[in-house]
Write a protein that binds this ligand. Structure first.
Ligand code: GDP
Ligand code: ZN
Length: 327
């Protein structure tokens, strides 16, 4: 019996060298490739990524082994895209020096892990994660403060106060004495989550508190470095026993923000964005113009100086890359 007319829907749970592992609602995995016409579009961005909902056709039946192979015919519209720019090598990238690499589609939430101490929180990095998160349209951005056993609670509150004021959910944990793990587990349940943070903050320890052995399954937090060069990658969604998935994708640690122009950075700093409308000039860059409501808010203590510094620095960095793009 020819099976090529049968269409199925599923979730992309793994990607490796042009093959996609697609899980259907009955938990069967089909190994799929892209329909040729979809490949044409894949030059400057990824057409399919982990987290995508796809429709695929079963490959024509030619023996018992072929039954769990398919061809991806279409990709459902995404509600979030977490991506970064990568330098391109070879023929991918449509002649551009950079292309968009989609780390994960349709993630429901991102958990950014930092430590209360040892190492002291790298706030500029947190700010970059938040910009990438805001840009991605991932609905819930959550800050995990681990190692709360090492720091005075009132110091932690003061240090993270700007983020609480912005409305980000903050979960305090200690992998050492199991504080906050129930809350993290409740957050992860039945959701697709991204989990990242700088090294040494306790990600490995936390993952193993969440589910024994989980850290071993999640490679990208255990020291795999990524130079930002587009190489063969192997991304996966790790299924959690309590329901839900955790993204495991190399490169999630250093999110080079993709496709943000210097002048739109302000929109992704939620505390700064609130003031933009009040600036005297509609094209205010918030760097040196008179009547800048953003800089006034910094002077008034309404916007944390550290946040403004992060904004300024990211804007400068993007300006440098942007100038390169224009050549
Ligand atoms: P990763 O690099 O983010 O994966 O961090 P690890 O999980 O390897 O932890 C780095 C170090 O911090 C290890 O020595 C851990 O034992 C320690 N550590 C992790 N979580 C905690 C915590 O909540 N409290 C304390 N005091 N130490 C922790
Ligand atoms: Zn301004």
């Amino acid at each position: 019996m020819p099976l090529q007319s049968i269409l199925l829907d599923g979730l992309v749970v793994k990607e490796q060298s042009g093959f996609y592992w697609v899980e259907t609602s009955d938990n069967t995995i089909y190994i799929c490739q892209l329909r040729g016409r979809l490949k044409e579009d894949a030059q400057s961005s990824d057409i399919v990524a982990i987290g995508d909902h796809v429709t695929f056709s079963l490959r024509e039946y030619d023996g018992a082994d072929a039954q769990h192979e398919g061809i991806i015919e279409s990709v459902r519209e995404r509600h979030s895209i977490l991506s970064r720019s990568v330098r391109t090598m070879g023929k991918r990238g449509a002649g551009q020096a950079e292309r968009e690499h989609i780390l994960i589609a349709n993630a429901d939430q991102a958990l950014f892990v930092f430590a209360a101490a040892q190492p002291t929180p790298n706030f500029p990095l947190l700010d970059r994660f938040l910009v990438a998160g805001e840009k991605s349209a991932i609905e819930q951005l959550i800050i995990i403060i681990n190692k709360v056993d090492l720091e005075d609670p009132s110091n932690i509150d003061v240090a993270f106060a700007p983020y609480a004021r912005m409305g980000y959910r903050i979960i305090e944990t200690s992998a050492l004495n199991n504080t906050g793990i129930d809350e993290v587990n409740a957050v992860l349940e039945d959701k697709i989550s991204v989990f990242t943070g700088p090294s040494g903050v306790g990600k490995t320890s936390l993952l193993n508190c969440i589910q024994p052995g989980l850290a071993r399954q999640v490679k990208s937090v255990s020291g795999v470095t990524d130079e930002g060069v587009h190489t063969t990658r192997d991304s996966a969604l790790i299924k959690l026993e309590a329901g839900g998935y955790l993204a495991d994708t190399p490169g999630i640690r250093n999110l080079n923000v993709w496709d943000i122009e210097p002048d739109e950075v302000d929109a992704y700093f939620v505390d700064i964005a609130r003031y933009v409308q009040l600036c005297r000039f509609s094209n205010c860059t918030h760097t040196n113009e008179p009547g800048c409501a953003v800089r006034q808010a910094v002077r008034d203590g309404e916007i944390a100086k550290s946040r403004y510094k992060s904004f300024y620095q990211l804007r400068e960095d993007l300006r440098d890359t942007y100038i390169v793009y224009q050549r």
